[in-house]
Design a protein. Sequence first.
Length: 592
Amino acid sequence: MSRPLTAPLAPFVDALPVPRRLVAAEHEGRLTVRMRPGTHRFHRDLPESTIWGYDGTVPGPTIEAERGQPVTVEWRNELDGPLPVVVTVAPHAADADGVSVQCVPGLSGGTADPNAPALAGHTVVHLHGGLTPAVYDGWAENLFAPGQAAVFRYPMDQRAALLWYHDHVMGVTKLDVYAGLAALWVVRDDRERDLGLPEGPPFEVPLLIQDRNFDLDEQGRLIGRLVHKTDPEVMEAFPPFTVVNGKVWPVLDVQPATYRLRAINGSNARTYRLVLLRDGAPDLERITQIGTDHGLVRTPAPVPADGLLLAPAERADLLVDFSDLAPGSELTVLNTAAAPFDGSRFPAADAESAADVEGLLPYPELLRFRVAGEAARRRSIPRELATDYEPPAARALAGARRRAIALVERELDDEPNMLTMRELAVAADGDEDGPLVTVTDGDETTRYRVVAAHFEDRTTFFPVLDEYEVWQLINLTDDTHPIHLHLDPFQILARHPISHEIPEGGVENRDLVATITLERDPNDALSHGIDDNERGLKDTIRVNPKEIVEIAVRFTTYSGRYMYHCHILEHEDRDMMRPFVTMPATLMPFMA
Ligand SMILES: [Cu+2]
């Protein structure tokens, strides 16, 4: 814990904006969204920033769709360069005062990457969480140049949920999203309507949480220019200013009533642990989580005692009861998660002292609620929410194909580390020579070989449609990675603590040598538990250090080439992404 910094911007002075709603049914399901440069003011006291946005705004319009009513979007690329973000790697991790450079504005002595302004604005749109045919899923290499347009058809044959759409260009997703190319997409259905949940303003409020940094002029004053800054020790950007729906540290006036907050972490890399404070003390009991990535959970869940964790791309559907509060009451949402996030605990009761410059969290502030008005409108929370899914039965998983993926960090000289996913295949009997990954569970040891390491390596995952698979995500790094699968949602089965050893030089370009044991490492302080609110239909799951996360996934409906990846954008851009191809069962005998 280091001394706090003085914020160069006043918190809680801008009203929380609510993005414009674009209701598909009002346009007969046919929408046109233009990707355009625009200007945006991130804070009252900041000059305008140039951004790239859907319809030229930050965030872009929230698209609202009905289950079973297809939506066709013409995505028109009307960008023109240069990219409105200065990209730099500061020469040192800390400045002359010993302050982590990522916590302060400006370039911190870094030079602007000359390749960034040359980016002319190629784009591809991915609807995160969409059950989308492969041709419309936004493959990271199928790009549209300025002046070109793509017409994507989204069947919307999926349950109500908060999705989001964002840019997904190979290698520069981190820059395009940072420039502003991200927005929300809500799917609604009758089940939710039957429950009488708030829908639309004023009681349903989306919260797109991101972090941003800005440049300084020669006098050291903040200007609006967006800065993506990393440093020699941290290859992810953890900017100091938290932005909700496009404003730094906004305030929302609420009536004494029940609100439905649809929260999503749209940051490049930062994980948030949200704590609601009232008069300096945690007030988490007034929050009930009713939904997760792919919509309603089966029963309402309390927020974990430490606060609500949201890694990049994770969503939470929350009911917050303000009905007992007198006008003038103020509640503040703080973030207590240091960065890079490694799963460490932080008690909610200490939230007011969460500022941590070494932990790249100079300003824990996120959002304030201010109660105004008299009429109390409290809603009761249904005890049963979703009824359309069950945890997968042991019987259904008994014969399931199992896949293993190791998450590894490869250290490189003179350039940032590579975060990669190593797809593992069980080694044949007698196959002893060369690098092996072993996983020991009690008396049983399984030996694996790496069969794929980079995005462009050959595809090794061919899931058969409608068949359950169990994927093991084995984290051999020191940080938490939010792993996202495109297409269908999945359910978490287990978090197993592990100990592991990687010998010197064990992580090579393709090879990996590692000894993994399913046992708790004596130095491991993490719980490796599954939070109640993780037991829903997920598309992004946190994989903490020293653990294996097991998920059950069953792809349905669409055959084709999709991707899975870490949703830390700096990681997916730096090779922590792999393809998979879903296939109908009847085709498998004909696959060479
Ligand atoms: Cu990652």
